[in-house]
Ligand binder design. Sequence first.
Ligand code: DX5
Ligand code: ZN
Length: 243
Amino acid sequence: MFGDTRAATDGAAFTSARGPFHHHPVIHAPILAPSLLAGDHAHLAAGTDLAAGLGLSWVHIDIMDGHFVPNLTFGPQTVAALRPRSKLFFDTHLMLAEPHRYVEPFAKAGANLISIHIEPAYDHAGTLARIRELGCQNGIVLNPGTPAAAVEPVLAFVDLVLVMTVQPGFGGQVFREDMLPKIAQLHRWRAERGLSFRLEVDGGVDLDTGKACRDAGADTFVAGTSFFKAADQAAFARTVAGW
Ligand code: DX5
Ligand code: ZN
């Protein structure tokens, strides 16, 4: 239900006249994930209700520890408090110096996907595997300064790759256009290797910058400020759905 894809399973990649070595790129249907960071922190459930009311299926939840990024947000208790109030897919983005210590509490709190950054030193592969063992989808995240090659070794073992299009820590920053080639590179590797991870972008994403990301191969769009401040949020959601 949450990972529906378009044309992901047509076997033409191996049988068509294109030849046996041509891989069809996976084209996932676009998903809009409103970021609760830009919502009302005194009433976070208003953000999940808004998303659900528009027929969206995902919401993005930013977890910051004041170490990996210079800001603090929510903890597992916040996720647990939202869980019984919402059926949405909780896309939980851990911006933590020691994410391996917290994947279990977030899984128990009701996260559906847990993404962890590649930059800190810990057992990335083991933590990604642990997230799946806990019954969640997993994701690997790259900061703007981190090259695509840094996540190459784990691409076969993730459900999602998140390319940060701002330096993480705060909402409302300006989209980094220089991240588009990185998105395109990851999209190329995904096709060449027959992988099907989702390719998500986060930071400064609006209807213009998000469309540029879509054209580069992204399929999952985190939108904080642009979505919550949009005059017509239904129209915003419809536009993304049409990409
Ligand atoms: C930034 C967070 C983002 C943030 C994006 O550190 O990871 O998810 O909510 O906010 P906008 O869309 O306002 O840039
Ligand atoms: Zn985020």
